[in-house]
Design a protein around this ligand. Structure first.
Ligand SMILES: NC(=O)c1ccc[n+]([C@@H]2O[C@H](COP(=O)([O-])OP(=O)(O)OC[C@H]3O[C@@H](n4cnc5c(N)ncnc54)[C@H](OP(=O)(O)O)[C@@H]3O)[C@@H](O)[C@H]2O)c1
Length: 220
């Protein structure tokens, strides 16, 4: 099952990263992780084109191939109406949630096309399909990520490359529990459930699923 397949996973040190980096090896994948810190993963700033290229080059150097790109990396900011949203917040959301995905997908596609096979998995948000007041920058960046993923699905299909995006609601992470201590965290979606969905989308069995925009909301 997936033996010999290599998954390049961004955002490995985040709240969702732990569950995903445990699930992929369990399913037989070799994992190359990416984040900015120092850990058991490739260190790269993916908001920069050269950082994304370097991460893909390093994955190819370490593992010889990239069969699956699991792009978890993203960020969250907002809480102000549009007229009070500053340039830095707007730019940061576009950099973290859209531009990094564009740079990383662009960098990984030549190797996937040469292999005649690939899986691109991105992580949007419910806010990418349901507008939320006071979160324009975040919502717009995730909506654009969905558009990018669906475009990749169309461009990839003649090359054996699929692209799908999953849309979590609030994820049950330590950071969210700390930020919202009064909330009922049992209603939130579990990182393990998202990880299982991503593993399945990466499998051969999911080869006919392309361009899907998949809600995974738990009971939130
Ligand atoms: N948490 C939620 O409730 C929620 C809900 C809906 C959607 N999502 C989406 O789900 C995904 C994962 O969320 P999460 O909660 O795991 O996020 P997180 O805890 O904030 O983790 C973000 C990850 O991205 C990495 N990262 C940040 N900036 C980077 C950069 N410039 N270059 C490379 N890596 C960078 C971080 O590592 P370093 O800081 O070490 O680089 C970290 O590994 C994101 O796309 C998020 O938008 C989350």
């Amino acid at each position: 099952m997936n033996a010999g397949r290599v998954a390049l996973i961004s955002g490995v040190s985040g709240g969702l990263g732990g569950a995903v980096t445990r699930a992929f090896p369990r399913a037989g994948f070799t994992v190359v992780g990416v984040a900015r810190g120092a850990g058991n993963y490739v260190s790269a700033d993916l908001t920069r084109p050269e950082g994304a290229r370097a991460a893909v080059d390093e994955a190819l150097r370490q593992a010889g191939r990239v069969d699956v790109l699991v792009h978890l990396m993203g960020g969250f900011a907002g809480g102000q109406p549009v007229e009070a949203t500053d340039d830095a917040t707007w730019q940061r959301m576009l950099d973290l949630n859209l531009n990094a995905a564009f740079y990383l997908c662009r960098a990984v596609l030549p190797a996937m096309k040469a292999a005649g096979r690939g899986r691109i998995l991105t992580v949007g948000s419910r806010t990418g399909v349901e507008a939320a007041a006071n979160f324009a920058a975040y919502g717009v960046s995730k909506a654009a990520l969905i558009a990018l993923t669906r475009t990749l699905a169309l461009e990839g299909r003649e090359h054996g490359i699929t692209a799908n995006v999953v849309l979590p609601s609030t994820i049950d992470t330590p950071a969210n529990r700390a930020a919202m201590p009064q909330a009922d965290a049992t209603r939130w979606v579990k990182p393990e459930a998202i990880a299982d969905l991503l593993v399945w989308l990466a499998s051969d069995e999911a080869g006919e699923i392309n361009g899907a925009v998949i809600p995974i909301y738990g009971r939130a």
